[in-house]
Write a protein that binds this ligand. Structure first.
Ligand code: ADP
Ligand code: MG
Length: 683
């Protein structure tokens, strides 16, 4: 097996599958080795059905005692599974006729899934299962890894591919012999330990979160990123950007129309950006600002500086939902000035898209707004002067470079915005190549959001509270739990929760939105919510960023203890946008551990994003993997900027040692950031 070969060289991976795997950052065989499990499932032992308890996953066996298809709001297949007088109900929302027929009475199943329902009446939604015939197969000898996956890529495939690559790990060259002096496993050992831990039932609940094996990999990855930044910083003066020095007419027009005055922080930041844009040295600036700090106007000021001098602007956001929201906001400011905008989203008619593309190529359209679709080769600009990237940590360093290369002869200036505040020390090492502006002042006149921690046992009280609030004209969000590796399960949770809330609150208009809906359908729901036609919106974390509905004043977040603090902060930022007092209820499932309590208490205590980010970094609780792991921060493969802060310095020192060795530098960057990295001298 050639570890450098593209994945299509592997059995069972065709071009289509390879493209899907590419979405996970997997391009070459060795990438599989660096694709670490999110968590493990214990399928090394069976739990008798009578011993199943709601709230945790389990492997169980039983015989089919009956099936039925119910036609409620959603068609569902119910399978009753029994063993030794105890029963469990399996629910399937997606099922075929063949599957249904296979569940004949008396058929024996082995199934694995999260147990729900009530004690004594257990249920399991979409368990993984196999039909047992004859002698049951042996149980798994090792813990089963659960990998980050994506649509069309099953856990089974990932397990097979990683399993095939793992025996070759010993052939990966050791690029950091410096680490041998430390008491760390070598690369191959580390990979084996991370993908295939032995079952260890006496594993203490307070196992340290970062094993030596993981430390070994994290150090190497952080070192590779530092090397990339060092290379990039070294190459920076090579390009030139257009100096943008307009008279400022357009921006003055916008300011004159504002119903409020700019905050001091906005004025300062806009001045910093305008100074940068007036130079021939390409701007490379990170704008940090908490939710609601008014970043959009800063972006508008920057965009107008470019547009007034006849240049174009590309504005990119990480999700379609967020990009659309920006489109709406920007259009409100810019269209009255006669500025033509091109929207480049995922779904678009070809003819429409072509018109927009030619508008950009001719320079007729001054602003392009979209998702990563803006990166694509066919997108050409006549005179791109500025790129604005929202929520940059979701894109990763290399994409930031890719958009930069769109500027033809002159490089565009670059403004990166993030609503996830990053503590200063960390920001310096993560963004060594960026200048920074901070919007540290909120517009006046907001009422802070009141946050309460409530046990999920008191769910009924919370529902009663929604009834009262919505009866009073308030709109509310109900955010469903984060289920890390499965958009499908998350969507199911939203569907079921919406059904239950509809039943509990028949007088309210309840709808749901989740990642499994078609974008058009999702937009339609959001539009109805925005217009007030929905009282209670049940949502998955898709609403995390960007959604702006001022009349939504109440938010319930279920299983808040499972979410990262900055994610909770982002979610909570969706309320408190209007004049009315707002509330956020963090529902948690008891018992709450010490660390989880401390984290949620921090949410109650403050709504300052920077403070919350500091807390997130300093509390590195044992066994809190789910709680602190931020989904979406895919800039790193194995490192986690909260957890691994303490290694940053060592990694930087290591990088300085390695840097003079160009060959090793390039090999490390290639291994961790991919061969397409757009760094000076690499690629
Ligand atoms: P962010 O993107 O930083 O979360 P927005 O740019 O979306 O925040 O701004 C949030 C809201 O605050 C918007 O409705 C915006 O019009 C308003 N806003 C922005 N600047 C000010 C200001 N200086 N005074 C009052 N309101 C403001
Ligand atoms: Mg915003």
């Amino acid at each position: 097996m050639d570890l450098d070969a593209p994945l299509t060289a592997l059995r069972g991976v065709g071009p289509k599958q390879a493209e899907r795997l590419g979405r996970l950052g997997l391009a070459r065989t060795h990438d599989l080795l660096l694709h670490l499990p999110l968590r493990f499932e214990d399928r090394t032992r069976l739990t008798p059905i009578r011993a199943l308890r709601p709230g945790s996953p389990a492997l169980f066996e039983g015989r089919v005692e009956g099936t039925e298809v119910v036609n409620g709001r959603r068609r569902m297949l119910l399978v009753h599974l029994g063993d030794a007088g105890a029963r469990i109900l399996l629910r399937f929302f997606h099922f075929g006729e063949r599957q249904q027929r296979a569940f004949g009475n008396g058929v024996r199943l082995r199934a694995y899934g999260e147990i729900r329902g009530m004690p004594g009446l257990p249920e399991c939604v979409h368990p993984e299962y196999r039909i047992l015939r004859g002698q049951p197969p042996p149980l798994e000898p090792c813990l089963t890894p659960v990998y980050p996956a994506t649509e069309g890529v099953s856990q089974r495939l990932l397990r097979e591919l990683v399993g095939a690559a793992l025996p070759e790990a010993g052939r990966l060259p050791d690029l950091l012999p410096e680490l041998r002096e430390r008491d760390l496993p070598d690369l191959a050992e580390a990979l084996e330990a991370l993908h295939r831990p032995p079952p260890n039932r006496s594993l203490p609940a307070h196992a340290p979160r970062r094993s030596p094996a993981l430390t070994r990999l994290v150090l190497e990855e952080l070192c590779a990123h530092q090397l990339a930044l060092m290379l990039h910083a070294g190459s920076r003066p090579r390009g030139r950007a257009p100096a943008l020095r307009p008279a400022g007419q357009l921006w003055r027009q916008v300011v004159a129309e504002l119903p409020f005055t700019l905050t001091g922080a906005q004025q300062r930041t806009i001045a910093e950006i305008q100074t940068d844009l007036g130079r021939q040295r390409p701007m490379n600036r990170l704008l940090q600002g908490d939710v609601g700090s008014g970043k959009t106007l800063v972006a508008v000021a920057a965009a107008l500086t470019a547009i007034e001098t006849g240049h174009q602007v590309a504005f990119m956001a990480p999700t379609e939902l967020l990009a659309r929201q920006h489109l709406r906001n920007l259009a409100a400011w810019l269209e009255p000035l006669g500025i033509a905008i091109a929207w480049l989203g995922g779904r678009q008619r070809k003819s429409e898209r072509e018109t927009l593309l030619s508008g950009l190529a001719s320079g007729e359209r001054a602003l392009a707004v979209g998702t990563h679709a803006l990166f694509q080769e066919q997108v050409a600009f006549a005179r791109l002067g500025l790129t604005i990237i929202d929520e940059q940590h979701r894109f990763g360093v290399h994409q930031r470079m890719a958009l930069r290369n769109k500027g033809a002869k002159l490089l565009p200036h670059q403004l990166i915005m993030t609503a996830t505040p990053i503590p200063r020390t960390l920001a310096m090492s993560l963004y060594a190549d960026l200048d920074q502006s901070v919007l540290d002042e909120r517009p006046p006149g907001r009422t802070p959001v009141k946050t309460a921690l409530i046990s999920s046992e008191r769910r009924d009280e919370v529902i009663a509270r929604i009834r009262v609030a919505c009866g009073d004209g308030v709109q509310a969000y109900w955010v469903c739990p984060l289920i890390e590796d499965s958009e499908t399960l998350e969507a199911e949770a939203a569907e079921t929760t919406a059904e239950r809330l509809r039943a509990a609150l028949p007088e309210l208009r309840v709808e749901r939105v989740h990642g499994r809906m078609k974008p058009a359908e999702r937009d339609a729901v959001m539009d109805r919510f925005r217009s007030g036609a929905i009282d209670l919106l049940v949502a998955t974390t898709v609403i995390e960023v960007g959604v702006d509905v001022p009349n939504a004043n109440l938010m319930i977040i279920e299983n808040a203890e499972r979410m990262g603090l900055s994610q909770l902060h982002q979610l909570r930022g969706r309320v408190g946008r209007g004049r009315r007092a707002s509330a956020c209820v963090l529902l948690y499932r008891p018992p709450l551990g010490e660390v989880a309590t401390e984290r949620l208490e921090a949410m109650r205590r403050t709504d300052d994003g920077f403070e919350i980010a500091e807390v997130d970094l300093t509390i590195r609780g044992p066994g809190e993997m789910l709680g602190t792991r931020q989904t979406g921060e895919r800039g790193y493969r194995v490192a986690d900027w909260g957890r691994d802060q303490d290694l940053m310095e060592a990694a930087t020192r290591l990088a300085r040692q390695v840097f003079p060795d160009r060959q090793r530098t390039q090999a490390l960057i290639r291994r961790w950031l991919g061969s397409a990295a757009h760094y000076g001298g690499v690629g």
